[in-house]
Ligand binder design. Structure first.
Ligand code: TXA
Ligand code: MG
Length: 327
């Protein structure tokens, strides 16, 4: 079965109603979607991605108004965030109702919920009588897809259809926020900045929001140390020129991931500049395309530099550090 790339939401809806999987565009990354209320479709998502069952899925809804069908209660802070940022790159972890299959939550008592900001996918969600479970549409652990072609490259033959909504505008996954005693906790850095969250919650600054820490055997899933990773080894540091001088010996062929300025002594064909104007928004949009490009160079090592550690830069640096972990 050849995977078709198309722009017809009705075709996507037909397939999803038959229990098939369809890749969908969102503002963050492309998702691999199936009927969230059908345990069989949900199981096929795990097998198409080769994803371990301990890693739970996010449920996508058309509107905050239907959250109550799937969630037992929401803390005041969650309501405020939903009101401010949905549709948008924010996932909320909320106590689930029994209608959510166990497979989706990996047995946890919370479910990740998000209203994505993409017009095609919102109209698809409105046309369906069920919500969509959708992880990023990449094989488990590999770089997330931000175009329909990225999806087809790694999942061709696994799914019948990719709904093509163009290149993702945010480019990194949603920020995941859970609640402990009603207080917001960040589980994954992402497309919504902690500064923006702090402002809506009336907190003095982003440092007032605790961060769940990573691990290789996560007690709470979704925080694996190595993730979003190319097959080529990645090193990340503060200064590309120094790293290139240290590691660019005669035997090494380097790929370079620069924030705004390429290295002078390395061919431009082996470099990707995330944003010549040093915009973190543009850098996030380009990040996963850049990692895919560099992974396909046949380099022995990819060198990357940290971007400024605020706003979207927090999510970019998070993805770089996970890509750089040894397998
Ligand atoms: O931007 C996004 O969130 C994209 C688009 C498609 O919506 N989706 C996405 O899904 O990134 P995925 O499956 O690649 O990442 C979801 C993360 C996982 O790491 C999972 O462990 C975490 O969310 N997660 C989901 N439900 C959770 C829960 N109840 N508790 C803790 N972590 C949860
Ligand atoms: Mg993912």
């Amino acid at each position: 079965m050849e995977t078709i790339i198309g722009t017809d939401p009705e075709q996507a809806a037909r397939l999803l109603k038959q229990g098939e999987l369809v890749a969908i565009p969102t503002e963050t990354v492309y998702g691999l979607a199936g009927n969230a209320l059908d345990a069989g479709a949900v199981a096929r998502i795990f097998s198409a991605k080769k994803r371990p069952f301990f890693d739970p899925l996010i449920v996508h809804l058309p509107d905050a108004a239907v959250v109550g069908q799937y969630v037992a209660e929401w803390p005041e802070a969650a309501r405020r965030l939903a009101e401010a940022f949905w549709p948008g790159p924010l996932t909320l972890l909320l106590p689930r109702k029994p209608i959510i299959p166990d497979l989706i939550t990996s047995g946890l008592d919370t479910v990740g919920i998000r209203v994505p900001a993409h017009p095609l996918t919102l109209s698809l969600l409105r046309a369906l009588p069920f919500p969509l479970a959708a992880p990023s549409a990449n094989p488990f652990g590999y770089i997330s897809p931000t175009t329909a072609e990225h999806v087809k490259t790694s999942l061709n033959g696994e799914i019948p259809y990719v709904l093509d909504g163009g290149a993702c505008q945010v480019g990194v996954e949603s920020t995941i926020v859970g609640f402990q005693q009603g207080q917001a906790v960040i589980y994954r850095k992402g497309g919504l900045s902690p500064e923006a969250i702090a402002e809506v919650l009336g907190l003095p600054d982003a440092s007032a929001i605790p961060l769940m820490t990573s691990s290789s055997k996560p007690a709470a899933p979704g925080m694996l140390i190595r993730h979003y990773a190319p097959r080529t080894p990645v090193m990340v540091g503060p200064d590309l020129a120094t790293m290139a001088a240290m590691y660019g010996g005669v035997t090494a062929s380097l790929g370079i991931l620069a924030f705004h300025t390429p290295l002078p002594n390395i061919p431009l064909s082996r470099q990707f500049v995330l944003s010549p104007g040093a915009s973190l928004t543009e850098a996030a949009q380009n990040l996963f395309t850049a990692l895919r490009f560099l992974d396909n160079l046949g380099a022995t090592l990819i060198l990357a530099e940290w971007v400024p550690d605020h706003g979207l830069g927090l999510a970019i640096n998070d993805r770089l550090s996970r890509a750089a972990e040894q397998p």
